[in-house]
Every structure is written in C-alpha cells, then in structure tokens.
Design a protein around this ligand. Sequence first.
Ligand SMILES: Cc1cc2nc3c(=O)[nH]c(=O)nc-3n(C[C@H](O)[C@H](O)[C@H](O)COP(=O)(O)OP(=O)(O)OC[C@H]3O[C@@H](n4cnc5c(N)ncnc54)[C@H](O)[C@@H]3O)c2cc1C
Length: 348
Amino acid sequence: MVAVAVIGAGIAGLTVTAELAALGHDIFLFDKSRSVGGRCATRRSAVGAFDHGAPGFSATTAAFRAQVAAWRHGGWVGAGSEGDALARHEAPQHSTPSPIYGVPSMNALARQLEAQLPARVTLHTDSQVTAIEPVSEGEGWQLRLSDGIACTARFDAIVVTVPAEQAALLLAPDAAQAEAMRHTRSDPCWTVMAAWARPRPAVLETSLSIDAQRVLLMARRDDVRQGRTHEAGIANRWVLHATPQWTVEHLDAPAETVTAELLRAFARLLGTALEAPLHAVAHRWRYAQVRAPRSEPFGWHPALRLGSCGDAWHAHGDPGSTSPDGIERAWLSGRALAQQMHQTLSPL
Ligand SMILES: Cc1cc2nc3c(=O)[nH]c(=O)nc-3n(C[C@H](O)[C@H](O)[C@H](O)COP(=O)(O)OP(=O)(O)OC[C@H]3O[C@@H](n4cnc5c(N)ncnc54)[C@H](O)[C@@H]3O)c2cc1C
C-alpha cells in the first residue's frame, strides 16, 4: 500500500484518486478551493445557479463513452443540445460540440465523483499547495501549503493535476515535466452570468447569428437543461463566454466594463435592445481551455515518483476519432496515469 498526495480535485484529480484508491492505495487529495470540481464549475446566486465554467463535454473515445453511459444510467449527466447555445463562433481549437452536461448542474458531476470515493481517500479542501519538497534522499515527499506550514505527512508519490501554467511551478523537482507544462498554454475566458425577469424574444433555437465584432464565443441559455431550478421572478439565465482573443485584449479590464461589453455584444447578437438584467456578474478564467495539449497521456517520473495529469495531456483519442476535448482529456489522462503508477509503485 502506497500513500499518494494528489494536488487538485477537478475531473483529473478525482479520476486518478478514484482509480488509485480502487487499486488499494491511500490517497490524500488537496484542493485550494472550498469544494471539488475545478473548471467543471457552478456558481450559486440569488437568481439561481450558473454553469459558468465548462458548459458541457463530448465523448469521442470508446472508454469515455462507456464511462458517460454509466454516469447517464446513474442520472448524473444528461445529453442533447436542446437549442440552448444561441451562437458559438468558429474557433478551431474549441469547436467540438459539447452535448453532455452534469445533472442538476455541471459541478454536481464532480460532487458525485467525490461522493463515490472510498474511505481510504482523505480530502483536504481550502488547502493550496505551494511547493513539493523531498523529505530526504529517497524518503518520499512532503507538501508546503499556502499558510507556509509544511504538511507533516510523508507521501510515497505525488500527482499534480492543476492547470499547466500552475503545474509548471509545482513540478520543479522534475525539470522535464516542469518544462513540458511551461510550454503548454491555456486560453483565458471572461464569462458573464446574467438573468432577466422577462423572457427574451423567441431566439432560443440554435441560431446562425454571429457576433461580427468577435466578442462572444458563445451565448448559452443556462436554465433549460434537465434538473435546472427556476427561481420566482426570473424568466431566464444566460452565460456569455468571450472569445479568447477578446479576453486577452481585456484581461485586466474591470469586471463592470467586461459585463457591459458582453451584454452589448449579446444585444447585437439578438438584434434587439436589451433591458437591464436583474443580475449580471463577470468571472475571469485565467486558464480556461488548453490551446495545444501534449500528445503524451500524462507525465510520470518513476524514480522520483512524481506525476502529472489533466487536460494539458492526452491530445490523441481513438484512431479515426476526433481529438478529445478538455473534460474527456482530464478523465483519460487521470485514468491512464493511475494505471501506470499502479504498475510501478511499491511502498518506500
Ligand atoms: C469557460 C470554459 C469553457 C470550457 N468549455 C469546455 C467544453 O466545451 N468542453 C470541454 O470538454 N471542456 C471545456 N472546458 C475545459 C474543462 O473545464 C477542463 O478541461 C477540465 O475541467 C479540466 O479538468 P482538470 O481536472 O484537468 O483541471 P481543473 O478542473 O482546473 O482542476 C484543477 C484543480 O486544482 C485546484 N488547484 C489549482 N492550483 C492548486 C494548488 N496550488 N493547490 C491545490 N489545488 C489547486 C483547482 O482549485 C482545481 O479544482 C471549459 C473550461 C472553461 C473555464
């Protein structure tokens, strides 16, 4: 039995944790946030919940399709476009349709995965890891947390599942993995969550309208999918995602400016003036989607017992199928790393 620390409890972290625990290892899962899910995110508010991170996902490989079928059987995911995406720009790196979604929210899928973790998994939320440090030669690892305190536990192996740009720093003990992550870039995404009291005009079918200014990547009605709640006095909720290019150009703009610009772009898309929303909040995803994932399925240094997985890895799917998108890559990568680790790990 081996003690493994997994850093990051998004889809990749939850997957590698579940697989390793099922193989008999003790897992200590750390996440800097209050709860699990990472970019598979849902923001709760007085006007209802918004899936403001990944709006959904696709399943291109046989392995992930089988997993999704099991999740669907359990009622954890639904599928179908249901006309909720008003417009999605042609953006080659993000053009895969994402018809599968969490029920009753995107984050609920991650919470279901968390709920299934066996007792041998210990979850530490609100725990930001700032460094991975050797205990002493060949004696395993310890973690340093953001409060400056070293976590006194000794781990036989470490897995890093945080976004590539942040993983590059944590993976410093292995120059090759750190370098691989340093060269992986993610696009940022400004996102606006907005709600109106009165229904929008009848524009809910997938529309061919394109925002000529290239501000919006996607405008998506968020309250029409299976399991979504309906708050009294709220007719509809929308999530607006800016294009990567617009986000880069406005990365440090104030949130109020971004909200106003995205709402203006939404009105242009609808071809109508918009009344003021009852609720409009912007969120900046600094690392939303990986631009060019690595072709390897994961990173793993068997002598150091230091690995990494997540959406920065596993660019290739099954032969002849389209490339997997972010959530599928995170799952495939987490699963593949767990299998590799199990073959090579024995207690120190
Ligand atoms: C706006 C948007 C749209 C998207 N659209 C799609 C789509 O259509 N289809 C699709 O498949 N994917 C999409 N994605 C991408 C998808 O969400 C990600 O690829 C996937 O969720 C990545 O999972 P992960 O586990 O690799 O990383 P994450 O979900 O980022 O998980 C990493 C976790 O690590 C934690 N963490 C970070 N640093 C530390 C630290 N130092 N210490 C401890 N914990 C830490 C974070 O809190 C997080 O929980 C989208 C994402 C966004 C934001």
